[in-house]
Design a protein around this ligand. Structure first.
Ligand code: PLP
Length: 405
């Protein structure tokens, strides 16, 4: 009989959001009249901006005209978009349009990129963590065995209020280091100096940093790097993942990009070096046929003057939600982190309660859904994540319910 990839059998069947959905469904059955407000899942609520919609319509019309119809596009993305990304997001940095690979999402790129590395590579992740980094390495057989909520071969870098959510360098050298800033789930950031420590470490130790900056557009404060390539030497050790999902409301439309600088090399296992950009290009050309033309036109419209103004207005709505939510939670006497340079608010639960206790409390007593921090890793115990992606009206109502708790 055909045998399965047994690594898949190791994956936890209790996927966090499935557990949450089950509890919410049970609550709904018991209280059919109560309106539930979701401060849990990280999807946006504001529609695509006008300039993006216009670009979509234009591109659809092009597809209906034999003179402008497009079939398969370049697997790496159209030059018009790669050039716009480079000019806007990487001006003055050592990145060229050839280093940019457009795709249908950062989730797939983050999940796929690990394929380029040896099966015995040691992986480090911050804890708590966006689950895709760990699960994709479990599927590839790199994670070892699961004990409670930790994998035996994964190197966890705890981020808690005790270390101000700044991970310490690992005691044993990993091959791959996943960093996500602004962070999901904690909403915290690293200063440029704190990020430099990681780039210098990777240069010194010969590691690769997989830098997820899906929430870059939410950075408001000075001194926080918008790209890891602002740090000298990063183009020799880091891959950067960005997405239009949270920047411009593309969670349903799907467009993202991954930056693989030409200088980035790894060992070929025979005493030589091999460039990651060529390998990623080879991988994408073989397994991917490109993001849709109309979507790439829509993404390109984000970089116009009007597009930039409009997405800034949408992001300002989420920032304002985050600010008000943070204030309300502080008013409950709880500790609050993040929420300034990110759409996520990381809340310390009251003493003596677990993440799930507090989740149950908010659901039962206020019909509010949050995400229990322990679902993101062991160091997430004692916290819950709230998101600012709700509509302003729902967020106001959620705040009112929190006040009355
Ligand atoms: N990276 C992080 C940290 C995320 O939170 C998310 C989505 O929630 C993604 C990547 C996925 O982005 P995309 O919608 O481009 O697949």
């Amino acid at each position: 009989m055909t045998k399965v990839n047994t690594n898949y059998l190791k994956l936890s069947s209790n996927y966090l959001f499935v557990d949450i959905a089950r509890k919410v469904e049970a609550f709904k059955q018991e209280h059919p009249d109560r309106k539930i407000i979701r401060l849990g899942i990280g999807d946006v609520t504001q529609p695509l901006v006008k300039t993006v919609i216009a670009a979509l319509h234009d591109a659809v019309n092009e597809m209906g005209d034999p003179a402008t119809f497009r079939g398969y596009g370049p697997e790496q993305g159209y030059a018009f978009l790669r050039e716009a990304i480079c000019a806007h997001d990487y001006a003055g940095l050592p990145i060229s349009p050839d280093d940019i690979f457009v795709s249908d999402g950062a989730k797939s790129d983050l999940g796929n990129f690990q394929e380029l590395f040896s099966e015995d590579s040691v992986v480090a992740v911050t804890d708590p963590v966006y689950p895709v980094y760990v699960d994709s390495n479990v599927m590839a057989g790199r994670a070892g065995d699961l004990f409670d909520v930790t994998w035996s071969r994964i190197c966890y870098l705890p981020c808690t209020k005790e270390n101000n959510f700044v991970p310490e360098l690992p005691s044993v050298r990993p091959d791959l280091i996943y960093l996500c800033y602004p962070n999901n789930p904690t909403g915290t950031v690293l200063s440029k100096d704190e990020l430099r420590v990681w780039v210098d470490y990777a240069v010194r130790e010969g590691c690769i940093i997989l830098y997820d900056s899906a929430y870059e557009a939410y950075i408001q404060e000075e001194g926080v790097a918008h790209s890891i390539y602002e740090i000298e030497g990063a183009d020799e050790v880091a891959v950067e993942f960005r997405s239009f999902s949270k920047t411009a409301g593309f969670t349903g439309l799907r467009c993202a990009y991954t930056v693989v600088p030409e200088k980035l090399t790894v060992s070929d296992g025979r005493g030589g070096k091999v460039g990651l950009r060529n390998l990623w290009n080879r991988r994408q050309s073989t397994k991917y046929n490109g993001c849709p033309y109309i979507v790439q036109r829509a993404a390109c419209a984000v970089y116009t003057e009007a597009g930039q103004r409009e997405i800034a207005e949408t992001i300002a709505i989420y920032h304002e939600n985050a600010r008000k939510l943070s204030e309300a939670v502080k008013g409950m006497g709880l500790s609050v982190f993040g929420g300034v340079n990110a759409p996520y608010i990381w809340v310390g639960v009251p003493d003596g309660q677990t993440s799930w206790d507090f989740f149950n409390h908010l659901l039962t007593d206020a019909a509010l859904v949050c995400t229990p921090g322990v679902g993101f890793g062991k160091s997430g115990e004692g916290y819950v994540r709230l998101t600012a992606f709700g509509s302003p009206k729902d967020t106001e109502e959620a705040i009112e319910r929190l006040r009355q708790l």
